[in-house]
Design a binder for this molecule. Structure first.
Ligand SMILES: *[C@@H]1O[C@H](CO)[C@@H](O)[C@H](O)[C@H]1NC(C)=O
Length: 291
């Protein structure tokens, strides 16, 4: 504490006794001094509390020289370890997984990805829901590694570009309308059947129908007529043997003269019948078969 003494000496007088000297003391004394001490003490306490609180906050918030808790500030950005929760939109330019792990987007509800144009309208959407995966887009495409389109869907058509389309369900594939293909072929070890169980089956080919069975036979069984009709060509039965086993038979030939031989007779309308062979022709004897 500063204490200054000034001694005033009146000119022309003797030196006065020290008791009579006027001493002026300048400083803070008494209750003011105590107040000042109290104030300083208070400041000290506040300072200490402040320091303690700061240290406590530093401890609680896990401040460290590199960041705060799981949040590390690094030269190339931030690094957050542990779970983070953002309750409102998070705007980022890119989301990537770490080099050594996969990326998982997970929700108990739908997961939706929207593409928007500059007006904010949704132009494409991929929605993964608990019941289904929904894609809303003008075109949906799956490409192979080398860029070949494997599966394309747009409003016009569905295109499957794989080498083979295999339908494994027991009911097979169902087409409401026509199927266009240059070849229908079964598995190498299976038969092929063309079937129309309750209706008719027709084969139309203006330039010709070729039926070939190089190692088997061809059978045509019907309940009604079989018509082989050629408007400009011939009907050829080109075989070593021709059987007509059920041909109508005129039986009243002269007994014993036929020696088991018959002749084939033709009616005016083209119907064929057999007649027992005789010395001359016996066709006319059985011409009633033509009626
Ligand atoms: C999830 O998506 C489906 C299909 O679009 C929708 O019907 C359903 O309401 C969605 N659920 C929620 C919770 O948004």
């Amino acid at each position: 504490m500063v204490r200054e003494q000034y001694t005033t000496i009146t000119e022309g007088t003797h030196i006065e006794r020290p008791e009579n000297q006027a001493v002026y003391k300048i400083g803070i004394y008494g209750w003011r001094k105590r107040c000042l001490y109290l104030f300083v003490l208070l400041l000290l306490v506040i300072l200490l509390v402040n320091l303690a609180l700061t240290i406590w906050i530093l401890r609680v918030m896990w401040f460290s020289p590199v960041g705060m808790g799981h949040l590390h500030v690094m030269a190339d950005g931030l690094r957050l370890e542990g779970e983070s929760e953002f309750l409102f939109p998070l705007y980022v330019k890119e989301i990537r997984s770490r080099a050594d792990s996969s990326l998982l987007l997970q929700s108990t509800q739908n997961v939706t990805m929207n593409a928007r144009n500059t007006e904010g309208e949704v132009t494409g959407r991929l929605k993964v829901g608990p019941q289904m995966v929904e894609v809303q887009s003008q075109q949906f495409q799956i490409h192979s590694k080398d860029g070949k389109p494997l599966f394309t869907v747009d409003e016009e058509k569905v295109m499957i570009g794989t080498d083979k389309l295999r339908v494994t369900g027991p009911e097979g594939a169902l087409f409401e309308h026509s199927v266009e293909t240059p070849l229908v072929r079964p598995d190498p070890l299976q038969d092929l059947r063309l079937e129309s169980p309750t209706r008719s089956l027709s084969m139309d080919a203006p330039k010709g129908v070729h039926i070939q069975a190089p190692a088997g036979k061809i059978e045509a069984l019907t309940q009604m007529d079989i018509v082989l009709q050629s408007s400009d060509g011939t009907l050829m039965l080109d075989a070593d043997t021709v059987f007509l086993p059920e041909l109508a038979l005129g039986s009243q030939g002269p007994a014993g003269s036929s020696q088991g031989l018959y002749e084939v007779c033709a009616c005016p309308n083209g119907k064929l019948y057999m007649s027992v062979a005789g010395v001359g022709t016996t066709c006319h004897e059985h011409s009633h078969l033509c009626l």
